[in-house]
Write a protein that binds this ligand. Structure first.
Ligand code: PMV
Length: 314
């Protein structure tokens, strides 16, 4: 193919603290994960608008109303064009992504954000982060039912955030580097399912679950202070407690618990599930020298892939 007219990128994300409780109004902390990303390239079209996925050999077009419901990628493009007041252009978007899908890395939000960035740039009207964030949130609602909005926010702004639903976004400054391993597991459960199970549990045992949400919110607030003051060591026990609370919300499982335990035994400072749970990924706080040992322990005991990520510098 020729040179693209425009390109748009968006990275993945991980939630450090507060998942699930964030849906019910508590704070959560999430950070961008830029080592994996979605990439959209725009080329002149062949007389129509198409989004092609060369890696899986699929393509999507706008549908007429009687042709059924549109896929999220096309909905993203439609929302961008509506926002910009533009007709459907004669263009082809080629979309690639190295972000594992359905794993709590925000893959869906990242592909939407990459398309929004590329398409608006190709039309000479680049969207602001805020405009992009609103569009990606609309698409997230299609996929996840009642998302808190944390995924689209961290991905569109590409900065660590302290997020409270329906509140202005607050950015978090990472005072000292945080060394993390992110272990991607071979199984996953749709976030929609775990979110609705937690809601069900909340309806059944409101007082008990409310206390768990409040405690998770407290951990997120304390974790923010530790991150901003450079007290990285304090984050380990907070992660462990956050994991135990998520387990009580029924969103952990045997493999996640086992890998967290093994990581701690191999020298990690803390470990917890991250994201929707019952699969997806766990995050492990490490000191750099123990990286190899802990990575091996995770891979030998059931993790599919392990990423090393340094938050806030190298
Ligand atoms: O599965 P993920 O990483 O997209 O995380 C979802 C986080 C939840 O708090 C469980 C749901 C939400 O919308 O915030």
């Amino acid at each position: 193919m020729s040179e693209p007219i425009a390109t748009g990128y968006a990275g993945g994300k991980i939630i450090l603290f507060g998942e699930h409780a964030v849906v019910h109004g508590q704070p959560a902390i999430a950070v961008p994960l830029t080592s994996i990303r979605a990439e959209a390239e725009i080329y002149p079209g062949n007389g129509e608008f198409r989004i092609v996925l060369p890696e899986v050999q699929r393509e999507f077009r706008f549908l007429r109303p009687q042709e059924g419901s549109e896929n999220g990628l096309i909905v993203t493009a439609r929302l961008v064009l509506e926002k910009l007041g533009q007709p459907v252009p004669d263009m082809t978007i080629s979309l690639k992504s190295s972000i594992p899908q359905k794993s709590g890395f925000g893959s869906g939000a990242a592909v939407s954000a990459a398309i929004g960035r590329a398409l608006s740039a190709a039309l000479g009207m680049p969207l602001s982060d805020d405009e992009l964030n609103r569009i990606v949130y609309e698409v997230e609602k299609m996929h996840h039912g009642t998302p808190s909005g944390i995924d689209n926010t961290v991905i569109c702004y590409e900065k660590p955030i302290y997020f409270v639903r329906n509140q202005p976004i607050e950015f978090v400054t990472i005072a000292r580097p945080i060394h993390l391993l992110v272990a991607n597991l071979p199984h996953s459960t749709p976030t929609k399912v775990t979110v609705s199970d937690v809601r069900f549990l909340y309806e059944k045992h409101p007082r008990r679950v409310e206390r768990i949400f409040n405690r998770i919110g407290h951990i997120s607030r304390e974790a923010r202070k530790a991150i901003e003051s450079g007290d990285v060591e304090a984050l380990g026990p907070m992660m462990n407690e956050n994991h135990r609370l998520l387990k009580r919300l029924t969103v952990s499982d045997d493999l996640m618990d086992r890998l967290c335990r093994l990581a701690l035994r191999a020298g990690a400072r803390g470990a917890k599930l991250s994201g929707g749970g019952r699969g997806g990924n766990i995050i492990v706080l490490i000191d750099k020298p123990s990286r190899g040992l802990i990575t091996d322990a995770l891979l030998k005991n059931g993790a599919d892939r392990v990423f090393y990520s340094v938050l806030g510098g190298s």
